[in-house]
Write a protein that binds this ligand. Structure first.
Ligand code: UGA
Ligand code: MN
Length: 251
């Protein structure tokens, strides 16, 4: 099966640094197709160039988050869900370009997390939905499904424990065929904070059907890392004097 990695991404000073790190992790994974979806009106030169020289098999899409749903610079980042329209656009693309019988698995990989190549090995043979721990998330060292007799029997989490699937986006993968046989299943842009993952998974599986991976969910092979915002005070000062860094140099 091919692993389809779906990544929403948006323009910011460190975007190409994030995408370089992620793309070079993905290079280590055989039989992989990267679906990169920009949160933008048009596909940008910065991302187009990065993909073109990446050596990956990829599809480059874009869709803008409606302005009313978009975070402002001054908003705390949890105020609105992020990457929703972009992930749904990738689901639309897969349904249009792939047919029942095509073997694949879909993983929603944000551009700022840290991925071990091991997690891709774990997800490749997914029947319906496979799950595993995610490090540094939910205010814990890790969140993880609790496994009893090979089945998910609960979850190690303290945040909104009433969530139907208390699993971060980085903690599950879905088989392509399940997405194709449930053509309406998608992420709900109006989902309450923390319920985005559940909004998709509830349409596809029950908790008992989840397939635990990573040694019965005892290994952390993906981390919900977040990147510090770069400080560009000097750049702003120089720009005001008309002496900013060369705009032709992609950063
Ligand atoms: C957490 C989860 O890990 C995300 O999968 C989930 O989408 C998010 O919360 C949420 O509640 O919406 P977090 O680190 O807080 O993640 O979110 P970001 O990493 O800032 O954004 C998730 C993805 O969406 C990233 O790939 C990012 O590049 C993209 N994004 C973010 C956009 O496409 N547009 C934006 O305006 C912001
Ligand atoms: Mn993130």
């Amino acid at each position: 099966p091919i692993i389809y990695v779906v990544t929403p991404t948006y323009a910011r000073p460190h975007q190409r640094a994030e995408l370089t790190r992620l793309s070079q992790t993905l290079l280590l994974v055989p039989s992989l197709h990267w679906i990169l979806v920009e949160d933008s009106v048009e596909r940008t030169a910065a991302v187009t160039e990065l993909l073109a020289q990446s050596d990956l098999l990829y599809t480059h899409l874009n869709v803008q988050t409606p302005p009313a749903m978009k975070l402002k610079d001054s908003d705390p980042n949890w105020l609105k869900p992020r990457g929703v329209e972009q992930r749904n656009e990738a689901l639309r693309w897969l349904r249009e370009h792939r047919a029942p019988g095509d073997r694949g698995v879909v993983y929603f990989a944000d551009d700022d997390n840290t991925y071990s190549v091991k997690i891709f090995q774990e997800m490749r043979h997914t029947q319906k939905v496979s799950v595993w721990p995610v490090g540094l998330v939910g205010g814990l060292k890790y969140e993880a499904p609790l496994v009893d007799n090979g089945k998910v029997a609960g979850f190690h989490t303290t945040w909104k424990t009433h969530r139907p699937f208390p699993i971060d986006m980085a903690g599950f993968a879905v088989s392509l065929s399940l997405l194709l046989t449930h053509p309406k299943a998608k992420f709900d842009p109006d989902a309450e904070r923390g319920f985005l993952e559940s909004s998709l998974l509830s349409q596809l599986v029950t908790v008992r059907e989840l397939e635990p991976r990573a040694d019965n969910c005892t290994k952390v092979w993906v981390w919900h890392t977040r990147t510090e915002k770069p400080k560009l005070k000097q750049e702003d000062l120089l720009e005001k004097q008309g002496r900013g860094s060369n705009p032709k140099i992609l950063v």
